[in-house]
Design a binder for this molecule. Structure first.
Ligand SMILES: [Zn+2]
Length: 189
């Protein structure tokens, strides 16, 4: 007979193991297999998580954001608030497919915490950023500027070009790579 304690322990164990592979990956490339064999067997995981640091405020998001393949709205909201327009202190619900992309990046590059340089930007803030496109996807809450720890941004941008289904911006000399859910575009900033 399965008692309540066993069920609770089982749930906790499942949560731990689901979050562990990318974290373990940081400590040894030998743990890293791309694509993960269980994705090949079972398909894209229905329970997904992301772990990020928003560099301007040092705030973090580290949680599951889907359950049984469905987006968990409060988690997507919490993520969106974390990568808000910190200058204007405004936020907008981000396109959650950006989180799916981050989840893939955790695994593809064996990275634990991903650094975010920009998420949503209000029109007023965007207008004051040098080099920002007037109709930037950041204003639509459909873009992220990111950095993968210990990786060259330009090399990452070149790889993104091969599989990111929206826009990819490469910014030589800057600290990040841009990706968005707009039309298929590639550029060097
Ligand atoms: Zn950007």
């Amino acid at each position: 007979m399965i008692d309540r304690r066993t069920l609770l322990f089982g749930a906790a164990a499942a949560a731990v193991s689901a979050g562990t592979p990318a974290m373990a990956a940081e400590t040894g490339a030998a743990n890293c297999v791309w694509p993960p064999p269980n994705w090949q067997k079972n398909g894209f995981p229905s329970r997904r998580w992301v772990k990020i640091l928003f560099v301007h405020t040092n705030e973090r998001f580290n949680n599951f954001y889907t359950d049984e393949g469905k987006y968990i709205v409060p988690a997507v909201e919490q993520f969106s608030r974390t990568v808000r327009d910190f200058r204007a202190n405004e936020w907008k619900m981000l396109d959650p497919r950006l989180m799916d992309l981050l989840f893939v990046l955790h695994w593809k590059y064996c990275k634990d915490e991903i650094r975010i340089f920009s998420g949503y930007r209000s029109e007023a803030t965007n207008a004051h950023i040098e080099g920002a496109a007037k109709n930037s996807q950041h204003i639509q809450a459909r873009a992220l500027d990111i950095h993968l720890p210990n990786m060259d941004n330009d090399a990452v941008a070149l790889d993104f070009r091969t599989f990111v289904f929206g826009g990819v911006g490469m910014y030589p000399g800057k600290q990040f790579t841009h990706m968005d859910m707009g039309n298929l575009r590639r550029w060097v900033g």
